[in-house]
Write a protein that binds this ligand. Structure first.
Ligand code: PLP
Length: 396
């Protein structure tokens, strides 16, 4: 019989140098809020991962690290098992994080003032890596459908693609915060339109950090595996960090099948000195990929149940808020525009009337006003407390 893991346990995380907990006072003015903001989870990293980390600690030296054969073999095994694709060892490039990898891409595949396309509302650091590095931010805004789900504005991509200076497009798949998984047709359309059927030097980058948390019946397909043209014109970035709650260990990897693109990437990576791995990150990822499958399966079910619960509760008791119809991730994009479209008013309401810390919609760029992002990667009791507080504040 399979072991049943305990995702209901409440773990005290104050004073653990946790951004989510220990920055609340500074950013929200209070430290005792229910923290449903930063995208890490409230669940203990699986024991199989912690055991391998302990084991590594028995050796007393933690010097410069390389990724051994296990790292490559375990990634390949996982890709074969989950997606039926073979990943050649050379294609895999270790990086210290997904955002560092995006920043390397921006440096490697665009020049000053050239355009980099993103699809807002989207994870804030995308825009930061572009604007902060003196590239031009190009926004292909998502379309909000009548049922509250989101889709892609392909006509707009057509217009964006005409400019030869719009060099790269970063897609978030599954998308943080709107929870869409772009399907193969959508990806093929994006790629064909943006690259003019691959008759250009434009490149597509996929941030796939949320790709493991996929709701039942939904399917994620890695960018590089869709067809040969995409394979040869893309970079797909993965990490075990969200799934196994090890974001502080700084380990991620890119899959770059095209040798020329890979060389360009690695050249910039070494110029920026972002080559060296973190021994604990590599150890944890290896352990998670080796032994974490059952924990991961149960985690996904737990999160999906939280998503269903969020829908039920909000529909019944907080009709002023709309939950976004989602396919993946432990995040949800709440439409709070009936409460207010003013970010300061919303923040004041959630912090001071509800005792809950959420991410402000405006931090996700265009289309964020009136929205808040909620993190449901937590024990159900914690989610319930937060939702009850919100319902009480609105209804009393
Ligand atoms: C879409 C997305 N990409 C990247 C990251 C951060 O990745 P990393 O910590 O590996 O830089 C996050 C974290 O929330 C995220 O949601």
């Amino acid at each position: 019989m399979c072991k049943v893991f305990d995702f209901d346990q409440i773990i005290n995380r104050y004073n653990t140098d946790s951004f989510k907990y220990d920055m609340m006072k500074k950013l929200f003015g209070k430290s005792d809020l229910i923290p449903l903001w930063v995208a890490d989870m409230e669940f203990a990293t699986p024991k199989c991962v912690i055991d391998e980390m302990y084991n590594r600690l028995k050796h007393p030296i933690f010097s410069y690290t390389l990724c051994g054969e296990d790292f490559y073999n375990l990634i390949n095994k996982r890709m074969q098992k989950k997606y039926g694709v073979v990943v050649h060892r050379d294609w895999i490039v270790q990086v210290p994080g997904v955002v560092p990898a995006l920043a390397i891409c921006v440096y490697a595949f665009s020049n000053d003032n050239q355009g980099v396309v993103i699809q807002p509302p989207v994870y804030g650091p995308f825009a930061e890596t572009i604007v902060g590095n003196n590239r031009r931010l190009v926004e292909n805004n998502l379309i909000r459908n009548l049922d509250g789900s989101f889709s892609i504005d392909f006509n707009d991509i057509q217009d964006i693609a005409i400019n030869p200076d719009n060099k790269m497009m970063i897609i978030c798949n599954p998308h943080n915060p709107v929870g869409r998984i772009w399907n193969t047709n959508e990806i093929v359309n994006i790629s064909n339109i943006f690259t003019n059927n691959f008759n250009s030097d434009k490149i597509i980058i996929e941030d796939a950090i949320h790709c493991d948390i996929v709701y039942p019946g939904e399917k994620y397909t890695p960018l590089f595996s869709i067809n040969q043209q995409i394979e040869q014109n893309s970079i797909t970035i993965f990490s075990a960090s969200k799934t196994f709650n090890i974001a502080g260990l700084n380990c991620a990897y890119c899959i770059i099948p095209n040798a020329k693109i890979r060389r360009q990437f690695i050249k910039k990576q070494s110029e920026l000195h972002l080559m060296i791995s973190n021994i604990m990150g590599v150890t944890a990822q290896n352990a998670a990929y080796r032994n974490g499958q059952e924990w991961e399966n149960q985690l996904v079910k737990y999160i999906y149940n939280n998503y269903l619960f969020l829908n039920d509760f909000v529909n019944k008791y907080i009709p002023q808020i709309k939950v976004t119809k989602s396919q993946a991730t432990f995040l949800n994009w709440l439409d709070c525009s009936q409460i207010s479209c003013d970010n300061d008013v919303l923040k004041d309401f959630f912090v001071n009337k509800c005792g809950v810390a959420l991410n402000s919609g405006v931090d996700f760029g265009s289309g964020g006003a009136g929205f808040q992002r909620i993190n449901i990667g937590c024990p159900k009791s914690m989610l319930l407390n937060a939702l009850e507080n919100i319902a009480n504040a609105l209804n009393n």
